[in-house]
Write a protein that binds this ligand. Structure first.
Ligand code: GLY
Length: 588
């Protein structure tokens, strides 16, 4: 109560001072109140896993300790977290996975993101006057058809992607790897604060769809904190996949139920869309930063391109000299972010459909040119970099898993159903929460998506195309070919900036990994032209200094990102889960 009172005084003060606050309470990291920072840190000589839920980390650790490798652990943790965080991820979604094999010094990039159905078309979310339209269901209109309901669903890729990675590199039987997820779905787990809050946030959408209401709003009441959530349909679905493989999901019994749900809600995913879903094995991007190799996800992730682009811009600066969390360094990083996110909107899209000037965006010369435009005393107005309009919105979602095994191999994988609870639709009889990844396309040039990200022509909807993503699974490899760091984050548009800041906090500022992850973050995504800050952890003095300097400052409604990071240490590995959420690192 006292802290609420204190928060409201601070917010009142900030509002008077002109700092915009998009929430009624100062953001506090939910778990930071209950656990010590050290609870989010683990040490291990042989292997390590960091995920956004202790039970998912345990599932991965069990694989590592029973002879499995990093891919076994990542796949086990991915299926487990699909059950444990239905608000963020799941087998109705998709993702990216980067795998590094130390002995071969080779990396593989798996793209199992959702694809646009064949009946999708460019203006499918616009009404006759060209404005974003609502979704009609059971006689009701729910706003934003690209975010809510059956039309927002992209063809899911998670099952195909995880099973393909497991087939290519896993060493334990699939039945063993999927067993923890099935057990958690059958036995249930207590609803935590994040899940309870997420249900309340999306209640107006969830309660419309019978498959979702049955699970998350039983008898019309949202699940409460501490209540046991058992997901028997999801357990059956997972068991079918563990017995019969991906075909049962894309061509068999599960596909039939997904298609029946589509028909009931006038969705457009067809049997052909599911049958023809294909995982894409891509060439990882390789950057160079202070003698390290930065391995990152290529398009349709924008994260990899822009992390390398931003690191290239920063490579000539001695960040220690510029200062840590000083006005000068925040200014420099903000200007760097602004330029990268402007490029994102201009150039990025699915390279199977559009030309993305990758060579230019990743070249040191281009980065040098951008860096030379940044002046210590000048805030570049965003519209000087490119032109586009803006509208507000934000949501945390998605999840990240980092793993290393006893061979020195590593997996960095980020997975999502997009917005909180995706489309809000559960395919009846399956327990699968269907994604709303179609909103990651630019539904109209210049119209921002749910993360306020403005897209352009390159990311327009086309049948079969993959929507642009911010997911940035990253691996950092040292000169000897040894894996040094595994990192990534959820958080919509914050993914890229949270991952970047963790990398430079660790590599440039030489902070211990836990401090590199826990340090407060800031974010600028070109549009809206404002710097978003984690006030509450960022001192008030710094917020006001930024404002006096001329920045439009927005206080984040919650922690930015939920980084899961692993780095090599003197005695093996250190794993750090972000205090911004409830994750856990486990090593052995
Ligand atoms: N759906 C969030 C992302 O892929 O960036």
């Amino acid at each position: 109560m006292r802290s609420q009172f204190r928060n409201s005084i601070f917010l009142g003060l900030l509002t008077l001072l002109g700092v915009s606050c998009s929430t009624t309470s100062v953001p506090t990291f939910p778990s930071a109140e209950k656990r010590e920072r050290s609870d989010f840190v683990a040490h291990g000589k042989q292997g390590m896993i960091a995920t956004a839920h202790p039970l998912a980390s345990q599932a991965g650790l069990d694989m590592l300790q029973h002879g499995g490798n990093a891919v076994d652990a990542a796949v086990a943790a991915s299926f487990a977290i699909s059950v444990l965080r239905p608000q963020s991820t799941g087998i109705g979604g998709g993702g990216f996975l980067l795998y590094y094999q130390e002995d071969k010094r080779s990396a593989s990039a798996y793209d199992f993101r959702e694809r646009a159905p064949q009946r999708a078309h460019r203006d499918m979310y616009l009404d006759s006057s060209g404005k974003p339209k609502g979704f009609s269901y059971a006689g009701k209109t729910i706003p934003d058809a690209s975010v809510n309901g059956h039309l927002s669903v992209g063809v899911p890729g998670l099952v195909a992607g995880l099973l393909r990675a497991h087939r290519d590199f896993g060493s334990l039987p699939l039945s063993i790897v999927m067993a923890p997820a099935i057990k958690i779905a059958i036995e249930g787990f207590p609803v935590n604060l994040e899940l309870a809050n997420a249900i309340v946030r999306r209640l107006e959408v969830l309660k419309n769809f019978p498959g979702s209401a049955e699970i998350f709003v039983p008898k019309g009441k949202p699940l409460q904190l501490g209540q046991l959530l058992k997901q028997s349909d999801l357990a059956k679905t997972l068991r079918l996949v563990s017995l019969h493989g991906a075909d049962v999901f894309y061509k068999g019994e599960i596909a039939e139920k997904i298609l029946a749900e589509m028909q009931a809600g006038k969705g457009i995913i067809s049997a052909g869309d599911l049958r023809n879903y294909a995982v894409k094995i891509r060439q990882p991007l390789v950057g160079e930063y202070h003698g390290y190799q930065v391995l990152a996800m290529p398009p349709p992730s924008s994260g990899g391109v822009h992390i390398i682009e931003m690191l290239n811009m920063l490579a000539g600066d001695d960040l220690q000299k510029v200062g840590f969390h000083q006005l000068e360094s925040i200014h420099l990083l903000t200007e760097v972010m602004k330029r990268a996110y402007a490029d994102r909107a201009k150039f990025l899209g699915d390279m199977d459909y559009v030309d993305v000037p990758l060579d230019r965006l990743l070249s040191k010369e281009y980065a040098f040119r951008l860096r030379s435009q940044i002046k210590p005393q000048r805030i570049t107005p965003s519209l000087e970099l490119a032109k586009a309009p803006q509208v507000p919105h934000e949501s945390p979602s998605t999840t990240h898993i980092s793993v290393v095994d006893r061979f020195g191999n590593g997996v960095s994988t980020t997975q999502t159903i997009n917005f909180t609870f995706g489309s809000g639709v559960v395919a009846r009889g399956t327990g699968i929460v269907l994604n709303d990844e179609m909103d990651d396309f630019s539904i109209k040039e210049g119209v921002p998506n749910a993360y306020q990200l403005v897209g352009g022509e390159a990311n327009a909807i086309e049948p079969g195309k993959t929507m642009l993503s911010s997911m940035s699974p990253t691996l950092i490899v040292g000169a000897e070919g040894k894996l040094e760091m595994v990192v990534g984050s959820p958080g919509g548009s914050h993914i890229i900036s949270a991952t970047l800041q963790t990398i430079i906090n660790f590599l440039d500022y030489k902070l211990p990994l836990d401090q590199a992850v826990h340090a407060y973050r800031f974010h600028h995504q070109w549009l809206p032209d404002e710097i978003e800050v984690e006030y509450g952890v960022m001192p008030l003095k710094s917020v006001l200094t930024l404002q006096q300097r001329g920045y439009k400052v927005r206080v984040a409604t919650r922690g930015m990102g939920d980084v899961q990071a692993i780095a090599r240490s003197e005695n093996g590995w250190i794993g750090v889960s972000d205090t911004r959420s409830i994750g856990k690192s486990l090593g052995y």
